[in-house]
Design a protein around this ligand. Sequence first.
Ligand SMILES: O=C(O)c1cc(=O)[nH]c(=O)n1[C@@H]1O[C@H](COP(=O)(O)O)[C@@H](O)[C@H]1O
Length: 287
Amino acid sequence: MAVETFSNRLAAQLAAKRHLCVGIDPHAPLLADWGLADDAAGAERMGREVIAAAAGVAACVKPQIAFFERFGSAGYVALERVLADAREAGVLVIADVKRGDIGSSFAAYADAWLTPGSPLEADAMTVGAYQGFGSLSGAFDLVRDHGKGLFVLAATSNPEAREVQRAVREDGRMVAQAVVDDALAFDAPHDTHVNSIGVVLGATLNLADFGIDVTLPPAKPALPVLAPGFGHQGARIEDAAHTFGGLGWALLASESRSVLAGGAEGLSDRVRVRAETIATALTVSKG
Ligand SMILES: O=C(O)c1cc(=O)[nH]c(=O)n1[C@@H]1O[C@H](COP(=O)(O)O)[C@@H](O)[C@H]1O
């Protein structure tokens, strides 16, 4: 039997044509919209409802730590409960924590979010490589030995990021492009269909501006691409195939506010409709 790694669990989701990543972002106005208090209990309730709606429909969920951290330790307890629900329901979790530091400190972040049995254990986490791709090496053993995953920020959806991410390095490549190359070059022995290290690419962007060639065929194993920017930030799921081209094979289309708005009632329907729309958009392009 195949080992239960992030990589092969994600591959199974993609084989089932699941490409939606539902963001768990308990913004204050959204909690009000749901009739919930703007506190840790409200955030927990929203998170647990999302897990229930996403199970068996979406590819994964992505809790954004900032919206839990604002409640201090109570927010962490709330998030731990949401993560426990996800584990029980078998829902893949990308912890949106955007960590990065010198190697020794980064390793401690990786321990917190990726060590099996940790109260904050997730399947993968978002990280920044602006202290060098090698500074992430403290997570590589967790990836290789415990089947965890990383998503490295490459070209992010916010417009302010361009001047940093399009900067040209000494080797002539743009920063974003080099992050994609480094992620592709990472090898874990269990990466049969999908790489354990993926990248974050904003759906709002023209990726060619960042030196990223989407006309190339999918890599083998495919590079997972976490793509925020759909919905509230303006990118349309219908354009996903055009935006991501050959990088669409392992695309995770992430939506938070556009799915969460409207309250708990109807959440399952909104998740299902988004999941079907992205599956159709990518199936058409895969032919
Ligand atoms: O890493 C991320 O998830 C991320 C990267 C990026 O480039 N842009 C981006 O919006 N995000 C996150 O994705 C979510 C987007 O939320 P919505 O705009 O409400 O769908 C937020 O949690 C952001 O922090």
